[in-house]
Design a protein around this ligand. Structure first.
Ligand code: ATP
Length: 262
C-alpha cells in the first residue's frame, strides 16, 4: 500500500493538546502542547510518572474509541491522517496502526478463543476472510511469541497473565501494522518471552519499516529497541532525545531525571 503523499513521517504532532471530559466538572487537559515526530521505521518510547498522560496520548493517536477523550488543540497526523477530524479515514487509521492498550491482557473478552481474539482485527473488517490463511497467520504469531499452538483454541480464563499479554501483543501485529502503538507491551513477560516480543518488533522494523510508539518506564527497553524518548509530566514534554542518556531536559524537568536514568 503506498504512503499517502503527506505521510513523510509515521506520526507528527504539533502543539497537540488532548482533554478528557470531566466527571461532572470541567474537562481536564491530559496532554498540553506536545510536539514530536516519529520517522518511518523509528521507535519512540513515551516515559513519565503515573498520570502524566502517556496512555491518553497513545489512545488518541491509535484512533481508539474512548468516550470523552479527544484533541482540543494543535494537530496530530498518523501516516498523513489527521486524527482530529479523521472522518472516513478513521477506518484507515485503525487499519494502519496496531494498538495494544494498557491492561488489555486483563480485559480479554471471556467468550472468545485466543484465535478469535487475535484474528478479530481481520474478521471484523472482512467477513469472507480465508479461514485457512487466517489460521496460518495466527499460528505463526503464536509461534513467534512462544505460545503453544494449542493455545489457539483456549479461552482467556485458561491462560496465565503472561500468556494473555502475548495474545494482545499478537493481536496488535496481526494486520502487519505500519505503526505499532503499544502501552507497556512487555508487562507480565519473563526474560525469554520478552526477548521474543522485542524481536517481533525488530523483525518488522527491519522487514518493512514498521514504526513503534511505546509506553515504558524501563531504560532497558529503550536500549533494547534503540528508541528515541519523550518524557511527559502533567501532560507536558519535559525531555526529548535519543536514548535515556542523551535527553534534552527542560529546566523544570531536570528534577525528574531519576525517572528515566537508571
Ligand atoms: N478512564 C479515565 N477516566 C477519567 N480520567 C482518566 C481516565 N484515564 C485516565 N484519566 C486521567 O487522565 C490523566 C492522564 O492519565 P493517563 O492514564 O493518560 O496517564 P499515564 O501517564 O498513562 O498514567 P499511568 O502510567 O498511570 O497509566 C490522569 O489525570 C488520569 O487520572
Amino acid at each position: 500500500m503506498p504512503h499517502p503523499p503527506d505521510a513523510d513521517v509515521a506520526i507528527r504532532t504539533s502543539d497537540l493538546s488532548i482533554a478528557r471530559a470531566g466527571r461532572g466538572g470541567p474537562d481536564v487537559r491530559v496532554i498540553d502542547g506536545v510536539s514530536f515526530a516519529l520517522s518511518h521505521g523509528g521507535t519512540l518510547a513515551v516515559m513519565g510518572p503515573t498520570g502524566s498522560g502517556k496512555s491518553s496520548l497513545l489512545a488518541v493517536l491509535a484512533g481508539a474509541d474512548e468516550p470523552g477523550l479527544g484533541v482540543v488543540g494543535g494537530s496530530a497526523h498518523v501516516e498523513g491522517i489527521a486524527v482530529r477530524r479523521a472522518g472516513r479515514a478513521h477506518r484507515t487509521l485503525t487499519y494502519l496502526t496496531g494498538y495494544l492498550p494498557q491492561t488489555a491482557g486483563a480485559r480479554l473478552p471471556a467468550r472468545m478463543t485466543v484465535a478469535e481474539v487475535i484474528g478479530e482485527p481481520i474478521t471484523s473488517r472482512d467477513r469472507r476472510v480465508n479461514q485457512r490463511a487466517l489460521a496460518v497467520r495466527v499460528a505463526t504469531l503464536l509461534d513467534e511469541l512462544m505460545l503453544p499452538l494449542g493455545a489457539a483454541a483456549k479461552y482467556p480464563y485458561e491462560l496465565s497473565a503472561g500468556m494473555r499479554q502475548r495474545v494482545v501483543f499478537a493481536r496488535a501485529l496481526v494486520l502487519q501494522p505500519r505503526i505499532l502503538i503499544a502501552d507497556e507491551p512487555f508487562s507480565n513477560m519473563d526474560v525469554e518471552v520478552r526477548r521474543a516480543a522485542r524481536n517481533a518488533i525488530l523483525r518488522r522494523r527491519q522487514a518493512y519499516g514498521m514504526s513503534a510508539l511505546i509506553v515504558t518506564n524501563e531504560a532497558e527497553v529503550v536500549r533494547e529497541l534503540a528508541a528515541d524518548v519523550l518524557v511527559l509530566r502533567g501532560g507536558h514534554t519535559i525531555a526529548y532525545g535519543r536514548g535515556t542518556d542523551e535527553l534534552l531536559w527542560t529546566p523544570s524537568g531536570e528534577a525528574d531525571r531519576r525517572l528515566v536514568v537508571s
